[in-house]
Design a protein around this ligand. Structure first.
Ligand code: DAT
Ligand code: MG
Length: 139
């Protein structure tokens, strides 16, 4: 089911560096409606489960450690073509390769600490949103 929704996390580096407001401004300006939002912190077990698809990758341990290291802002965003348009707005995984003006180009520091998450499909957007939000927290 195509939902026109995507899921994002402003990662621990964004929160630590004081970029919550600036990143939300970019998200707003790009025309996304906030359908759910909260500040939360993943446990190691949460991060292992959220990123289970990457469990065999060499960077998995580092990823889990980083993503559970501090608070994040989790959100569900709504817009036509949300998944694809949000991936364009955030830019490439490695900020060194991210296009000018993208969130990762502006606010990320490295491949591992790359400021924001964006779902890669409608199916994963629904799974990831449900991982962080109860039904009564989605609007
Ligand atoms: P994306 O977040 O752009 O969807 P991904 O799903 O391939 O990228 O990887 C998930 C996260 O894992 C990514 O945001 C940062 C981290 N990561 C990916 N490749 C990495 C690498 N080669 N070294 C360190 N961290 C990496
Ligand atoms: Mg991904």
């Amino acid at each position: 089911m195509a939902t026109n929704r995507t899921f994002t996390m402003l990662k621990p580096d964004s929160v630590k560096n004081g970029y919550i407001g600036a990143i939300l401004e970019k998200i707003n300006a790009a025309g996304f409606r906030i359908a759910a939002m909260k500040m939360t912190q993943m446990t190691v077990a949460d991060a292992q489960a959220f990123y289970a698809v990457h469990s065999e990758r060499p960077f998995f341990g580092e990823l889990v450690e980083f993503m559970s290291s501090g608070p994040i802002v989790a959100a569900i965003l709504e817009k036509n073509n949300a998944v694809e348009d949000f991936r364009v707005l955030i830019g490439a995984t490695n900020p060194a390769d991210a296009a000018e003006g993208t969130i990762r180009k502006l606010y990320a520091t490295s491949m591992g600490e790359n400021a924001v998450h964006g779902s890669d499909s409608d199916e994963n957007a629904a799974i990831e949103g449900a991982f962080h939000f109860a039904g009564r927290e989605m609007f």
